[in-house]
Design a protein around this ligand. Structure first.
Ligand code: BG6
Length: 495
């Protein structure tokens, strides 16, 4: 339900996340008329600036503004509902001022109901004080709902994540808290539920008897580029694998939810198994990643682009991996023995995120050297699902060749607007729908899977392992091909 009289408060309004994701998504929703009537947007950050300067900034955050009169008008209307308050993150006074500002907006509402959505686009260091200050100074006690949206990093390992969750819970209930993993807002990740559970043919082949191996791959064609300070402290595992790719994995492997309700879906992600053995949990069934199941890499200068260590914001001599392949195993009857290879890297040859499910060999005998079936779900760019099958070449003799059954979205559905992940998620939070947000127990289990390997990489138990090098703009470390082959992946003969 979309509530009227809603104010969205963006804390960290001058930061990177607000600029790249939050404001573009808010504007996207606004221009599609999807925000509640009377919505107002209030930015809050340390930077002192007047309304004019703030409006100039948020206009510059909006992507691809074209010059049509309609667009110009929309930008003007968006500016008209956006205001700004500056202040520190660790003192009560500026939050009292923020509250007074919110009340002055609300005084003009026709009904008494006041709804506030606080979006924390903030660095981890100020995270906890802000959740306290907001509760103390800006919480509507009667006649409305208060919600907070928070984003990773949720700590750095199991213990620090628990501390963070506990600290936030002192002031905000689970119902009021929306933890974003924006991969859950992506169209093709949502499509997994439909593909799997609305198709008998897919569901029937979805287990260890039919699937040989699964790869979930994240590739980015750029390096840290000034974000080296943050990145080096967290590394690629915390940046991508432990959250985004693991969430994709859980939706891919969970059992059929009882319904599309938030709790039913999230129960299956942490609470799953084979229908006959209820209560085995899909994320809980994954043991911590082992050292021998990982491949760590770091990019070096090539193709005229700087190496990781050439980035001035990166500490000298850092051995932080910018690429990781990690194979996970699910110890439940459906998936036992199937390797799930998660791969993520910066400064690679292309931008691509995809799931590649490779099926087992067909019974040999009548066919030789035949390609395996593969189901590829391309999350981005250019959303697509395609199934590699074998078909007979037309003619008088029988020869099988690999062919694609191709469901490229643009071709199949035309130029429909595919919502940005952040648009979908902010709208869900305004409506109070938790289905695509991360529950506290999911976080805990996700950290347990990666904490030991992270501690090893960070030298808690001895010397830090050295990542192998790969050139900027390459496919990743040269060792990657043999790594995936070790888990049974076979390049299709079509290649
Ligand atoms: C963020 C990471 O969570 O996801 C970034 O911190 C990464 O390093 C980004 O670039 C990728 O998101 P998307 O939606 O562009 O795939």
């Amino acid at each position: 339900e979309l509530k009227d009289n809603t104010i969205v408060i963006v804390l960290g309004a001058s930061g990177d996340l607000a600029k790249k994701k939050t404001y573009p998504a808010l504007f996207g929703l606004f221009s599609q008329r999807l925000l509640p009537r009377d919505v107002k947007i209030v930015g809050y950050a340390r930077t002192k600036m007047d309304t004019e300067e703030y409006h100039k900034r948020i206009t510059s955050y909006i992507k691809n503004p074209n010059d049509t009169p309609e667009m110009k008008q929309q930008i003007e209307d968006f500016k008209a509902l956006s205001t700004y308050v500056s202040g520190a993150y660790d003192k009560d006074e500026p939050f009292e001022e923020l509250n007074a500002h919110l009340e002055s907006i609300e005084a003009k509402y026709q009904t008494k109901e006041r709804n506030r959505l606080f979006y924390l686009a903030l660095p981890p260091s100020v995270f906890i004080p802000v959740t306290e200050k907001l509760k103390k100074n800006c919480y509507v006690i009667r006649g409305g709902v208060n919600r907070i949206i928070i984003e990773k990093p949720f700590g750095k390992d199991t213990d620090s994540c628990r501390e963070l969750i506990t600290a936030v819970k002192e002031n905000w209930t689970e119902d009021e808290t929306f933890r974003i993993d924006h991969y859950l807002g992506k169209e093709m990740v949502k499509n997994l539920l439909v593909l799997r559970f609305a198709n008998v043919s897919m569901g029937a082949a979805w287990d260890k008897n039919h699937i040989s191996n699964v790869q979930i791959t994240f590739k980015e064609p750029f390096g840290t580029e000034g974000r080296g300070g943050y990145f080096d402290e967290f590394g690629i595992i915390r940046d991508i694998l432990q959250n985004h790719l693991l969430q994709v994995l859980s939706v891919l492997t969970m059992e059929r939810p009882v319904s599309f309700s938030a709790e039913d879906i999230r129960d299956e992600k942490v609470t799953s198994g084979y229908p006959t053995i209820s209560g085995v949990k899909v994320l809980r069934a994954i043991p911590p990643v082992e050292r021998h199941d990982t491949l760590l890499g770091q990019y070096v200068a090539a193709n005229g682009r700087p190496g990781y260590l050439d980035d001035e914001t990166v500490p000298r001599g850092s051995v932080c991996p910018t690429f990781t392949a990690a194979t996970l195993w699910i110890n439940n009857p459906r998936w036992e023995g199937v390797p799930f290879i998660l791969k993520a890297g910066k400064a690679l040859n292309e931008a691509k995120v995809e799931i590649r499910i490779q099926f087992k060999d067909v019974t040999q005998g009548i066919f030789k050297d035949i390609s395996r079936n593969e189901l590829v779900i391309r999350i981005q760019p250019s959303e697509a699902v395609y199934l590699k099958l074998n078909a007979k070449t037309p003619g008088l003799y029988t020869r099988a060749v690999p062919v694609d059954m191709d469901l490229t979205y643009k071709r199949r559905f035309g130029e429909v607007h595919i919502p940005e992940a952040y648009e979908a998620l902010i709208l869900d939070a305004i409506k109070g729908d938790h289905s695509n947000f991360v529950r506290d127990d999911e976080l805990d289990v996700a950290w347990k899977i990666f904490t030991p390997i992270l501690h090893w990489i960070e030298g808690h138990s001895g010397p830090r392992p050295k990542p192998v090098q790969y050139p900027y703009g390459s496919r990743g470390p040269a060792e990657l091909d043999s790594f995936v082959q070790k888990y049974g992946f076979r390049r299709s003969t079509e290649a």
